[in-house]
Design a protein around this ligand. Sequence first.
Ligand SMILES: N[C@@H](CCC(=O)N[C@@H](CS)C(=O)NCC(=O)O)C(=O)O
Length: 240
Amino acid sequence: MDPVTLYQFELCPFCHKVKAGLELKGIPFSKVEVNPMGKKELPDLPTDSPRKVPVIEANGELIFDSTTILNYLDERCEGALRFLPADPESRAKAVAIEQWVDDVLVMALPTVIYGTWREALTAAQVTARTSNFGFFQNMSVRAGGPLIMHQIAKRILKKNGRTDGHQWVGEALDRVEEWLGDEAFVAGPALTLGDVAIHGALSCVRDFPIFEKVTSRPRLSSWFRRVQDLRDEHAAPARG
Ligand SMILES: N[C@@H](CCC(=O)N[C@@H](CS)C(=O)NCC(=O)O)C(=O)O
């Protein structure tokens, strides 16, 4: 497949799902960091599409929504690793897990990225460092970001009837370990869409203290390493 352009926010778990998919498929890609204020870097999207990231430009087409993108990559680029297994039972499990990542894991993680002041400050610094903000915007994100991010975390928790983000993430990780059981991957002995989605979403928080919750669980951390090794083995050389 020709090189792909990924329009993204550095701290967007949906974008990390797509990055995991691109690496595992060995598709070369370059990233365009979209400024969340204005999103001027986004290409001209169809009027009915949300102005959200991730968006990819591939083979002259624009595709948006992380789930649609991962399915597109799997159809267009069969490669060595297939995301959707032929066996109907593992296929259904992989599809259900990918959906759960969007509905639960991706909702729970920002509450611990932004949950405490220290976490919100780290997130603001990453955003300011990686985004193409101008000087003054950069300064305002560093100064005001923690406040906004802290409010976002509180709002997500309330909307989901939760009070403790750490507990919520802990339960989500228990769930992943249950799916893993004694298998190498979440839907059986081979990597599937479920692993791509979970690994992508968790990669988004690997620089945050919450990631200790992954590394402190032997089963989960060896799974994380296993998928990371596949990403490293298959990834095309970085294009910036
Ligand atoms: N269902 C979409 C969700 C994408 C999404 O919510 N992206 C967020 C960033 S994490 C976004 O672009 N938000 C900008 C906005 O809502 O204005 C997917 O899976 O890609």
